[in-house]
Design a protein around this ligand. Sequence first.
Ligand code: HEC
Ligand code: HEC
Ligand code: HEC
Length: 274
Amino acid sequence: MKKIAIYTLALALCGGALYTAVAMEKAKDEAAQAAAEPKEPVVCFESRKGATEVTQRDIKPGWPNVKCSPTTGAALWYGDPFDGTVPMGKMPGLENLPEGHALVKPRSEKLAILPMCGTACHNGVGPSFSPPTLPKDKKPTAIPTMESLVPDLKDLQHGRGRIWCLDCHHTTKRDKLVDHFGDPISFDQPQLLCGKCHGDKLRDWRDGIHGKRIGEFASNGKKRWFTCTECHNPHNVQDGERNRGFVQLQPEPPPQLPNGMKDASHELVHPVAH
Ligand code: HEC
Ligand code: HEC
Ligand code: HEC
């Protein structure tokens, strides 16, 4: 899905180059400057490699949507922090925020399989699914079909063996997540799902202690909130060598020193005596 989008973009860029070539015939000198080689699209990631890719493009000439690290490929700077965001939706505890001030990037458009979940497969009518083959309980069972689609499901690394698919996914509405009452939750509001078991993290996230927000500085200003699944892979939260959390990111090189400064040794000394 994402690939198709990238190819279409590449195709569009090639089309643009052809047009430039024709124009060059007409106005040679001017066009010589403008005729930029068709560039490979720059794709960087925002917080979770493989899950939060963003393609660099110009919002206006010379003003990119993101600037990315040449070292790690991570998005480092945003031309518009609200680019591609939608309102977060109802969120208990955030009722006092002015409307439209809490924004998120929807997850659903990043999920390649999701559009098929409730239609092609678990739709209750297909030949192999009529009546829907609902599991009798929530206990772990091998699901080879799903494992081949999402390799992380092979050895579900979440909850250390104590939770399974339908603790998070809705039993009958497979394109939804599920809350403690059995009501559906949108994939774009994963915080409501994660928060049902990780209440402390949800509270920290709401208070701005856990996770990340970008945008206006004021506490009730307009901000993009990074949702839980933008950073955490729900099917493998025990990744990394420490068997806990993340594969660690490569640190960025230190920034360039200001003109005339030889080293940053002054930073090793606390400016206030104590
Ligand atoms: C801890 C909660 C949790 C558990 C347990 C869980 N999932 Fe998920 N699953 C999610 C969330 C949240 C997403 C959306 C991820 C995102 O936004 O990147 C998701 C996404 C998916 C997707 C869509 C992937 C895509 O790329 O389109 C499939 C398929 C899926 N899960 C199947 C399963 C199966 C099968 C199991 C059991 C073996 C399972 N999940 C267990 C929370 C969970
Ligand atoms: C049904 C309950 C449940 C849901 C829903 C749930 N988790 Fe968990 N999660 C657990 C349990 C249980 C553990 C294991 C804790 C342990 O054994 O240390 C865990 C572990 C984790 C860990 C690893 C903590 C560690 O120190 O190893 C992370 C990170 C995590 N969950 C994030 C999430 C995120 C993000 C979501 C939403 C996509 C989510 N969880 C949804 C129950 C849940
Ligand atoms: C901007 C990225 C980001 C977002 C958004 C985010 N987290 Fe985390 N989370 C982290 C990092 C980084 C850690 C530390 C992981 C480690 O120690 O390796 C962490 C740790 C955790 C842990 C394990 C805590 C522990 O005690 O070790 C849980 C549980 C968790 N997050 C849940 C959530 C939930 C629930 C949400 C959404 C409400 C969320 N996170 C949103 C980055 C994020």
